[in-house]
Design a protein around this ligand. Structure first.
Ligand code: DP6
Length: 325
């Protein structure tokens, strides 16, 4: 009862920002992402009859505390489903993602964990079922089940049965590049989970965010279909700015940006003035991801490396969905 799975992280072009149900992780809005080939998690789950509790090893370190609890509580969902309540596992994970610096390691982490666990228990889940399970580990993870361009349908049902991701265009539909600009790998002050809850509960800008989403989603899907880079990039950048604006309207207010975040944003805007179509997006952390086309790679990387306080730039292509090793 052992399986290994690999999942890539994803970057949202239309952000998931807010839950209507915390327990089941049901979002207030649809979101849309592109899966990245540069960052992934590989996880082996091994259920053993004689184990009295789960064991979790991440990047060669035995994990305890909150992170361990989150993993073991998540495995309970599968144990319940498989009717194997007292069967515990050893989980060994390797992360090719700088943890907790806004690179959404939880997305690839929970997607790989869900896939390996379901396979080890021989559950034979459809991709849709796997996406539903994955969602309950971390919302954005349900999009990492698929490669290419992926939409997470928020669903309407109270039990979450219609809240899962679907692929809207495969990996080979469009060759765009995503540069992850690393500013700092330090732990963030406000996690995405805490930040989005505070925003939903208190931000005076939250209603405006929700109202603007259907139009953004509709237009970006048209843009992806037509491979219209300027349309997709400008909608993604504006959507990111709107999401981050909601945090400033929260009580107490907060922001994920640092001064060097703004420096990179300005560098991207300068690229556009130099007629290089490049657009940024930012998740719940200080780091910036830059979208551009392959033919502009040299100019984009040159600009980013010349920008102050940029410690690293990691380039991704559009990545694939879950695979089994
Ligand atoms: C800003 O998926 O990390 O990256 O569901 O609470 O685990 P939980 O949150 P998480 O939030 C991601 C938020 C975001 C936007 C996005 O990925 O869509």
């Amino acid at each position: 009862m052992r399986a290994t799975a690999k999942a890539h992280t994803n970057i949202a072009l239309i952000k998931y920002w807010g839950k209507r149900n915390e327990e089941l992780i049901l979002p207030t809005n649809n979101s849309l992402s592109v899966t990245l080939d540069g960052f992934y998690t590989e996880t082996t789950v091994h259920f053993k009859e004689h184990f009295e509790q789960d064991k979790f090893i991440l990047n060669n370190e035995t994990i305890s505390g909150v992170m361990y609890e989150r993993v073991t509580k998540y495995l309970d969902l599968f144990r319940e489903h498989a009717n194997k309540k007292n069967l515990y596992a050893e989980v060994i994970s390797m992360n090719k993602v700088p943890t907790a610096a806004g690179f959404a390691s939880s997305a690839s982490g929970f997607a790989a964990l869900a896939a390996a666990t379901a396979k080890a228990l021989e559950l034979n889940l459809s991709k849709q079922d796997l996406s539903r399970f994955t969602r309950q580990g971390s919302g954005s993870a349900c999009r990492s089940v698929y490669g290419g361009f992926v939409e997470w349908e928020k669903g309407e049902a109270n039990d979450g049965s219609d809240s899962f991701a679907i692929q809207i265009a495969p990996q080979d539909h469009w060759d765009i590049r995503i540069a992850a600009v690393v500013l700092t790998a330090k732990e963030k002050d406000v996690s995405s989970r805490v930040g989005m809850k505070r925003t939903v509960d208190t931000s005076v800008f939250y209603d405006g965010w929700l109202e603007s989403l259907p139009a953004d989603l509709h237009a970006i899907k048209e843009g992806i279909k037509a491979r219209d880079f300027e349309k997709v990039g400008s909608i993604a950048e504006a959507n990111c700015l709107k999401m981050h604006a909601t945090t400033l309207g929260a009580n107490p207010p907060f922001t994920y940006w640092q001064d060097n975040t703004m420096t990179v944003m300005q560098a991207v805007q300068e690229l556009r003035k130099e007629n290089v179509p490049a657009y940024f997006t930012i998740d719940a952390g200080p780091n910036v991801k830059v979208l551009y086309l392959p033919e502009d790679e040299e100019k984009v990387l040159e600009k980013l490396h010349a920008t102050e306080e940029v410690s690293d730039v990691i380039v991704s292509k559009v990545g694939e969905g879950i695979s089994y090793v």
